[in-house]
Design a protein around this ligand. Structure first.
Ligand code: MN
Length: 454
């Protein structure tokens, strides 16, 4: 009978990020499999086949072969929980299996015929339907925990050498990139940052790790300001960071009074993760890159509705503005703010912030000319009654807007999340949160081609 006692007894869950072993009770319609490339004391591939609520697991030193002449050793190891199927990362040195784990492949598997398979005796003939690996193999028992895994004849024979794949099927990272990330030691991961929602620092760190591939194109090499909140209660708006990471760059900027101060930017995702470790959870970006600091490439409109204005009116505002942009042949992208409004980004290479501000102002004025009772650029609250404030001031030199995919330090832990124009009527400005965003990530990235338009 499969069970997870051995799995749990081998691991100290205080020290390892691996999931605690719990058996799944409900029967699955389709059986899952996963292969993890694991560089520990020895380099090997772990093949895990779902069976009776757990993953029956084999460590295969040379990995699966597509050549029917190869007979490769497969060592039957302890059953793993199904939650292990999404694990990728670092098992700390000194812990059981200490090393790097990369998700190599996943999908479904099935037996070729007999349903009454015995994982103690074998033989087991099975078919994998993965993203990378497809076809039929057999597991033949030799002695003790030692089995042989052999490719069976089918149309996939000799099609693939698994050594040709050196990246994660889930995150696209190489082993080295995975190792780099986890070298950032997260401390106080258990600390709760969102009290009501019970969201810990660890959860926020994991979120940024997961989202970094999509977020970094907007975040890296742009000057930033962040919101730090070490305890989830107080907030500190940071422009001048005190984080000593090598993955963080600084740039001297002169203010009106000709005094210069240091501003910061991330060189890569490790910079971001090191800043999460410093308790920064919200990220705001400049409209230009440090490599071209005076020439912005993003035009931004922040639609901020008066309190009590209906969501219908807010959406109407977004559509009105899009129409103006469409008429100017400007391709625009929509994201939720995480608050009450939406943000529109336009990728556009401009020659100066003066030009950027002027374009934004002209567009906003066209909108107000057409609908004087619906929109305003007047910042005073009493002049914004029943109107939407179009904040184009974010296009000035030194101004920032909240970065796509940034978490917001607001109720329910919302994300400022890119959405497609079709989703405008379905998604509220604060309804995508750190709790539900994962579902969305399985779908196509609505902003995938953003910088192609430049
Ligand atoms: Mn292993």
């Amino acid at each position: 009978m499969p069970d997870l006692k051995k799995y749990n007894s081998k691991r100290n869950f205080k020290n390892t990020p691996e999931p605690i072993g719990k058996k799944k009770r409900k029967k699955s319609k389709q059986l899952k499999f996963v292969i993890q490339h694991h560089i520990a004391r020895k380099d090997h591939y772990d093949l895990r086949l779902e069976w009776k609520g757990v993953y029956v697991s084999f460590a295969i030193p040379k990995g699966l072969s597509f050549d029917t002449k190869d007979k490769r050793l497969a060592i039957h190891v302890e059953d793993h929980p199904l939650s292990y199927g999404s694990f990728e990362g670092i098992i700390p040195k000194g812990e059981y299996g200490g090393g790097t784990v990369m998700l190599f492949d996943f999908g479904y598997w099935s037996l070729t015929e007999d349903e009454n398979v015995d994982f103690e005796k074998g033989p087991i003939k099975f078919i994998l339907k993965g993203k990378r690996l497809k076809g039929t193999w057999s597991l033949i028992h030799m002695d003790k925990n030692n089995w042989l895994i052999i490719k069976e004849k089918d149309e996939f024979v000799n099609k693939i050498n698994i050594k040709d794949f050196n990246t994660s099927i889930k995150t696209g990272r190489t082993m080295d990139e995975i190792s780099d990330i986890k070298n950032i030691t997260l401390t106080s991961g258990e600390k709760i940052i969102f009290k009501k929602e019970k969201i810990s620092k660890q959860e926020i760190f994991e979120y940024y790790k997961l989202i970094s591939k999509r977020m970094m194109p907007f975040l890296e090499n742009r000057l930033i300001s962040t919101v730090r909140s070490p305890n989830g209660i107080e907030k500190f708006y940071m422009k001048h960071l005190n984080n000593q990471s090598k993955d963080l760059g600084k740039k001297k900027i002169k203010n009106k009074h000709e005094q210069s101060t240091n501003y910061y930017y991330f060189k890569n995702e490790n910079g971001l993760l090191s800043e999460v470790q410093m308790n920064s959870y919200e990220y705001h970006i400049w409209g230009s890159k440090v490599t071209n600091l005076k020439k912005p490439d993003i035009l931004v409109f922040d639609l901020d509705p008066d309190e009590g204005l209906s969501i219908k009116k807010v959406r109407e505002g977004v559509k009105d503005l899009k129409k103006v942009l469409d008429n100017l042949n400007l391709k625009s992208y929509l994201k939720t703010s995480g608050g009450k409004g939406y943000h529109i980004y336009v990728p556009l290479q401009m020659s100066s912030f003066k030009e950027c501000e002027k374009i934004a102002k002209d567009i906003t004025e066209v909108l107000i000319l057409n609908y004087p009772d619906k929109y305003t650029t007047n910042i005073r609250k009493e002049n914004r009654k029943n109107k939407i404030f179009i904040d184009y001031f974010r296009n000035k030199f030194g101004a920032t807007s909240v970065c796509p995919y940034s978490l917001r330090l607001k109720k329910k832990a919302p994300i400022s999340c890119p959405i497609s124009w079709k989703e405008l009527d379905k998604i509220k400005p604060d309804s995508i949160t750190i709790k539900n965003i994962k579902e969305r990530l399985k779908k196509k990235d609505p902003w995938a081609n953003f910088f192609d338009n430049l």
